[in-house]
Design a binder for this molecule. Structure first.
Ligand SMILES: Cc1cc2nc3c(=O)[nH]c(=O)nc-3n(C[C@H](O)[C@H](O)[C@H](O)COP(=O)(O)OP(=O)(O)OC[C@H]3O[C@@H](n4cnc5c(N)ncnc54)[C@H](O)[C@@H]3O)c2cc1C
Length: 476
């Protein structure tokens, strides 16, 4: 039956959901609170610089390609990717900078050079993940997990059999690698899914594997070109868009939803609603206040610097020598990491059009707690980031800064509706099946309410939320 579907929120997840709902033959209206689409992946023009203020590490273009194929289109007509080489520079304090090359053989050669004792385990790990990837494609990337019996899926079992599931992520990494550099590189990845290195999170190994094996990319025109391409496709398919449409409540019609209330007082009728806004925030519109702890977030400082900063690649990771302490304060004490491990994105390395000639468009990102009771995000975290840059010889004079822009978890709550500023929703212990999976893409109580985005399956990150849109629409 053809339904009137309302998608709330035009982030990458919402755009994907709108496309798939339309492909299933429904009438689709997407309501976006802000004036632009793309959510965290939307670009910003500031002082003559072009900023990508959210995602910057682009992996898995094949996931976007699938969407265009499903719509009978050729992605190259909408979106083009350049593979980056090196994929990243890694600066370990006190050691020469290392560039991670874009080929599997080259990366294995590099590991043999820098950490000969760890090289056999690194090669074994990559080979192990070669076997796992097809199973992930057919399970976690293929469909949502809704009921406990689905955990018996042979593809999930095949994945699980490859790792010691009694061990935490840190125990696995420490068991394989002695090199501080390898440990520091790997420790960060559970946070990409809102987990910590004390979690049983072997799935987090897929991220470095996919970066090293399938590559890291830069879309022509910047990261915001991804949601822009999705918006174009959605419009061509007949999705209707309304921006500056702030949803404040869900309208119940008996036990089901009848539509959504806008701040303007208008009610938009719907047979089904897919919310791209955090699941807990969406439930709050029904009066259901979530008290569970939030997961993790980011603190960012974006700087326009009136000269080219030397020593940077498109992606550069700054690892202080006492990084163990940084991860411990973040993961175990839910504090701003001290010292912070700073990830830098310098788009000017690849795309000079993102800054004034001869200038640097520098984006510094620190994985941080979300809005925890013991943290005051009005505090000065910016100077801790600047101090870390200085530890690595990146000294920026205030007089050479064209613009500065920071984002905190509070910003993400206020601007994007993230639950307590977390990018991954509730903390992992509160998730599905004993914390194994992010929350469901369907509501358990209201049978015409569905969810996509970083707080639900298969998780956060641009490729994952793209899949989440398909998952949510599959229930229509
Ligand atoms: C600093 C940072 C760095 C990141 N780095 C990476 C990376 O390198 N690689 C990667 O893949 N991912 C990265 N991510 C994660 C990635 O950006 C997100 O997982 C993804 O963009 C989230 O998309 P979404 O569709 O879930 O939600 P969002 O992008 O948050 O979109 C939600 C939309 O809903 C709208 N909305 C909210 N409330 C309402 C309302 N009441 N009514 C109507 N509309 C509403 C918002 O305005 C927004 O447009 C990063 C995120 C951040 C913040």
């Amino acid at each position: 039956m053809r339904k009137q579907v309302v998608v709330v929120g035009g982030g990458q997840g919402g755009l994907s959901a709108a496309i798939y709902a339309r492909l299933r033959g429904h009438d689709v209206m997407l309501l976006e609170r802000s004036g632009v689409l793309g959510g965290k992946a939307a670009g910003i023009e500031l002082s003559g610089y072009r900023l990508d203020p959210g995602p910057s590490i682009v992996i898995l273009p094949r996931i976007y390609e699938q969407v265009f194929q499903d719509a009978g289109r050729n992605m190259a007509d909408y979106l083009r990717f350049q593979r980056l080489d090196p994929i990243s520079r890694v600066c370990f304090e006190g050691q020469p900078a290392l560039d991670l090359p874009a080929g599997r053989a080259e990366i294995e050669r590099l590991v043999r050079e820098i950490a000969p004792g760890d090289a056999p385990n690194f090669t074994r790990l990559m080979a192990n993940l070669d076997h796992v990837t097809p199973h992930i494609d057919r399970s976690i990337f293929a469909h949502p997990y809704d009921r406990p019996w689905q955990l018996a899926d042979p593809h999930l079992v095949a994945f699980a059999m490859r790792f010691d599931l009694r061990a935490t992520y840190k125990e696995l990494v420490d068991g394989w690698f002695q090199s501080p550099l390898l440990r520091a590189f790997f420790y960060g990845f559970p946070s990409y899914g809102g987990q910590t290195y004390d979690s049983k999170a072997p799935g987090a190994l897929m991220i470095p594997y996919l970066m090293l094996q399938e590559g890291v990319f830069y879309p022509e025109g910047g990261v915001s070109a991804i949601p822009a391409a999705f918006e174009r496709l959605a419009r061509e398919l007949g999705v209707e868009f309304r921006t500056s449409a702030n949803v404040t409540k869900l309208k119940m019609d008996g036990p089901r939803l009848g539509g959504v209330h806008l701040e303007s007082g208008e009610v938009v009728a719907a047979d089904a609603v897919i919310s791209n806004v955090d699941r807990s925030t969406t439930r709050e519109w029904l009066g259901d206040i979530d008290r569970r702890p939030p997961s993790l977030s980011y603190f960012t400082v974006h700087l326009g610097v009136r000269r080219r900063l030397p020593g940077l690649r498109h992606h550069t990771l700054l690892i202080p020598s006492d990084f163990e302490r940084g991860f411990e304060t973040l993961y175990r004490h839910r504090q701003f990491p001290e010292p912070p491990i700073v990830y830098l994105n310098d788009t000017t390395s690849t795309d000079a059009s993102t800054a004034h000639p001869g200038c640097t468009n520098l984006f510094a990102v620190v994985t941080s707690p979300a809005e925890e009771d013991h943290l005051d995000w009005a505090g000065d975290y910016r100077s801790r980031v600047i101090a870390t840059l200085a530890r690595f010889g990146i000294v920026i004079d205030e007089a050479e800064i064209d613009f500065e822009r920071t984002q905190t978890p509070t910003y993400f709550r206020e601007m994007h509706g993230n639950y307590r500023g977390s990018l991954y929703g509730v903390d992992e212990k509160s998730r599905l099946f004993g914390g194994l999976f992010p929350l469901r893409n369907r509501d358990e109580q209201i049978d015409n309410l569905f969810y996509c985005g970083g707080s639900v399956q298969p998780g956060a990150g641009l490729p994952m939320v793209t899949l989440s849109g398909r998952f949510a629409a599959s229930y229509l």
